[in-house]
Design a protein around this ligand. Sequence first.
Ligand SMILES: [Zn+2]
Length: 309
Amino acid sequence: MLEVSDVVALMRYASPSKTDAPALLKALARRVPTMTGSRLTLPEIGNEFLKLYWNQTVVYHLRQAAAVSKEPDVLRAMRAAAERHDVREFDRLPLAERETLARKMSKTLASDVLDRFHASKPAGMTPLFTWSKGDASIEISDASRAFFTANASALEVIANYRWAGYLEKINLLAPGIIEKVQRDGSRRGSLTKLHAMLTETDEPRCFYCERNFDARSVVDHVVPWNYLLTDEYWDLVLACVPCQTAKADRLPDARFITKLVATNARRTRGILEKHRISPIAKMDRVTQLFAAAVANEWPGPWAPKPART
Ligand SMILES: [Zn+2]
């Protein structure tokens, strides 16, 4: 008989220096309830793994080791593919790249993950799956499948908790780790109201390239949204579409932080009170968060190409 408390114990005693146990638990919690038949292939699990690690590594730039350079090969290959194709959404990566990465993930599962998963299992616990070295798939019993189906969301919470606990230790300066671990991809609210406020307070020029807007302007997060997970007025500027698109989720060159601090100082108190924003200036916070993101190896620095004369 499988019990949620056994899975909690299994996770608690899993290796504290690796994330593959929570990753596998979460991948299974997502795949098992909808699987057909009793076997899940390694590429199927590998693909699920890939999506989970992609979310944390490429979208939120959470390190899975003490430094990016110490991460497993497959994670570094993911980062490289994201940079090469300039994409942050997994589904926008070319199919051939996704397949190459899924194959690498399957190999990692076979060599390093599957046979270790139950190593910390409490005495008497029925394994969640069976697998022998060389098998191309894992076997899920009817009882295990019923267990996953009944407890999928609880098992995912347990996996997230364990995974976030590990990431907190090695990403000391990253805000919102639990939310980053449990989110799928990056979803944001509307910036319409903030755009209107910025149009009132700021110069009608792109914050980065300083060209006048000949078409529309857009709101840009100077310290990237994917780092902060929040829309703070003191972090926002008006930018032209080409700059905002090119900067994407990168940190800007440090001179733009200095410029943002000056901009925040100029933004009048009146408008902030009118819109019920506490008189910022949180200027220090911008500088501190920028320094923290740099220390976390967040991608950057970005600056617009010099204007052609
Ligand atoms: Zn621009």
